[in-house]
Structure formats: C-alpha cells, structure tokens
Design a protein around this ligand. Structure first.
Ligand code: G6P
Length: 369
C-alpha cells in the first residue's frame, strides 16, 4: 500500500496532487486547440440528440452531483440550453416528467451508484437519450447508458472524491464548449479563449497546489472549530457545497455550503468570533457583492478565509487569511478554487487524527439504496 501511495501519506493527498495530470489526461486527444476543435466520439455521434434536446437533465449523487451543478452554469451560459440538476435518489421516485426530447447526463465516478443507475433506467424507459460521464471503465453505468465520455482520472482510492470531481467538470465543460460551437451560442473569440484557458488549467492547478504550506497553517488554526461555513456565488456556489462536503466527510466537522447572497436568509445568525467562513471571491464573479458579504461577516467578528485570484488586494484587506489561485475565466474557476478547499479539509482531518482515506460510515461507492 505504501508503494501505491507513491510517497504520499494518504491516497487522498496523492489524488489531490495528481489533478494536473488527471485533467490533462481528460482533455488529451479531445481538446485540439490549434484546430479550434473539440472531439468526443460520444458527443459527435449523437450531436442531433444534443441539438434537438428541449433541455438537459443531470442526475448524480454526492460529489458528482456538485459537478453537475457546476455544469448547469456552464451549459446554460455556453450552449444556452436549459439544464436541471437532480439528486438521482429523488429523481427516481418522484415520477418525473421525461420525454424523448430530453437528454439525461448521468455523472458517476464509480459507475456503480444504485440510485444513479435506477435514474438512468427510468429515463431510458421514457425514451430519453442517456449519456454517461464515468471514471471507471466498463462500469455498470457506462454499460447502461446510450453513449458517454470517460473522465480518465485514473483509479480514485480515497473515499473523499477529489480528482474525479475536477475531471468530471473538465469533461462537462468540453461538451458544453462543443455544443456552443455547434449552436453558435458563443463568439469564436470567447470559444478560443476558453479552449486556451482550459489547456492552461493543469499548470494553474500546479500553482494552486503551491499554497499547500499556507493552507496547512490555516488548518492548524481552525482544526478544532465545531462548525464551518463555505460561501460562493455563480460557478463557485457548487464549489462551496463541495468544500463543505469534503470537510464533513473526512474531519467530521459540521460544515455548510451556501450561495453567498443567501447568507442573509439564515446562516448570518450563526456568525460570531468562533465561526470560520471560507469565501470564494474570484475577481470576475459577482466580486463586489461577495466583498460586501465579507464585510458583513467581518462586522460580526467571523473569521474569514478568502479564496482569491492572484494579485487581489481588496479581499486581502478584509480577510483574516487569503489563499491565492491563478486567474482564469470565471467559468473555469471551479477547477482551481476547489484545490485549496480539498487541501484545507485534508490537513484539518490529518490534524484531528481522522482516517482520511476511509472515513467512518462512508463507502467509496454506494451500490445499495
Ligand atoms: C459516495 C462517495 C462519494 C461520491 C458518491 C457518488 O457517497 O463516498 O465520494 O461522490 O458516492 O459516487 P459516484 O461513484 O456515483 O460518483
């Protein structure tokens, strides 16, 4: 097992550090920047289904559901197609309205999650076209779907999902860009900028990983907090949910993720000097509004950990700590903002002597209801 961990203390840390390679492997052969093309056989072969779809339904569980939420923002913005994201477990039992004009995308690292598999079977029985985004090759979900695209993240052993999440977002972003190109919903300069930026993501993830020692210091300060709040907006609202989930899963600290603007409708009541609040405040996304949320937290003496783009000065002046990530297009920023949140939960869990790779009560894949 030590050899498999490749010199890292835990699989989770190894998998966090594998993300530059995993993301590159995911777009290799698919993102042909110089030709300005995206090639994915499963999408190309079924382009009519995608283009004729009234809407895209996304079903998943856990971290994969968070990737689906990011994809909702990306698909709607790039390809101007309505998207609905559902927990597979809810979708399958509520007699949902599904037609043969629907495209359903099922996202699953393992490809074995029982609820997701059941949602796929239901959608197929109603005539929908079902597309899978799986990591495990030959898994049940990859076999049950009409077509799909693998994430190529390589085996993920740690129960808390890390590289599966960022590679799922990568695949979904590629699909959204491909559809945008086909539909003409993005200008060609925007399209090319996103191809270029996507290609730069692996090296930017490397740079984001360089904040590890800063993050470890922050972890040491907050490791005994009973609660933690995560806030983000737009593309980074689902990242806030995912950051909170990571902390819950492996450190057993109660954490909640919220869209930053919803703070005033509840979570603000929880803020006092004991409460760490992780705020994703990337310069392009509703920045000024998030900055005013930070001011509200500060005036209630909450402790602020800001996730910002390099060179940010405004949040730096307000927050107790800032973690910088390289700047990118807002739609791609979840691929970077996620990194410090993974590391923060990892270090806190290690400092609390938790079993990082196999947290209590959790399974890597849930094959029963
Ligand atoms: C379990 C795992 C999570 C995962 C979820 C969905 O709860 O512990 O990490 O996100 O299942 O799994 P899937 O394999 O369908 O992505």
């Amino acid at each position: 097992e030590q050899i498999e961990k490749g010199g890292y203390d835990h699989f989770m840390l190894k998998e966090i550090y594998e993300q530059p390679k995993a993301i590159r492997d995911t777009y290799r052969g698919r993102l042909l920047r110089e030709q300005g093309l995206i090639k994915m056989a499963g999408v190309e072969d079924n382009m009519k289904k995608f283009l004729n779809a009234d809407r895209i339904l996304i079903v998943a569980c856990g971290t994969s559901w968070h990737a689906g939420l990011v994809a909702e923002y990306v698909f709607e913005s790039f390809a101007r197609v309505p998207v609905e994201v559902e927990y597979a477990s809810e979708f399958r039992y509520r007699d949902p309205i599904i037609t043969d004009k629907d495209v359903l995308i099922a996202i699953s690292q393992s490809g074995e999650t029982a609820d997701t598999l059941a949602a796929i079977k239901l959608a197929k029985s109603k005539g929908a076209f079902v597309f899978g985004v799986c990591n495990v090759v030959g898994s049940s979900i990859s076999r049950e779907t009409h077509a799909g695209a693998y994430t190529h993240a390589g085996p993920e052993i740690g129960v808390a999902s890390t590289k599966a999440f960022t590679t799922q977002i990568t695949v979904l972003t590629l699909i959204a860009l491909r559809l945008a190109r086909a539909k003409g919903t993005m200008t060609s300069s925007e399209y090319r900028t996103h191809l270029l930026e996507l290609e730069l993501i692996p090296e930017k993830v490397e740079r984001a990983l360089e904040s590890d020692s800063t993050i470890k210091e922050i972890a040491a300060i907050y490791k005994d907090s009973p609660n933690c709040l995560y806030l983000g907006r737009g593309y980074n609202f689902p990242v806030a949910l995912e950051g909170a989930l990571k902390l819950k899963e492996i450190s057993y600290i109660h954490a909640e993720g919220y869209p930053a603007a919803e703070m005033k409708h509840g979570p603000i009541a929880l803020i006092d000097e004991q409460m760490p609040v992780v705020v994703i405040a990337t310069r392009k996304g509703h920045y000024e509004k998030v900055v005013s949320n930070i001011q509200e937290i500060k005036s209630r003496k909450g402790k602020i950990i800001g996730i910002v783009f390099e060179g940010d000065t405004e949040v730096k002046g307000l927050a107790d700590h800032v973690i910088e990530i390289p700047e990118t297009e807002e739609a791609l920023s979840p691929l970077l903002t996620t990194i410090p949140l993974q590391l923060l939960s990892y270090h806190i869990a290690v400092m609390r002597d938790c079993n990082v790779d196999q947290p209590r009560n959790l399974a890597k894949s849930v094959t029963v209801e």
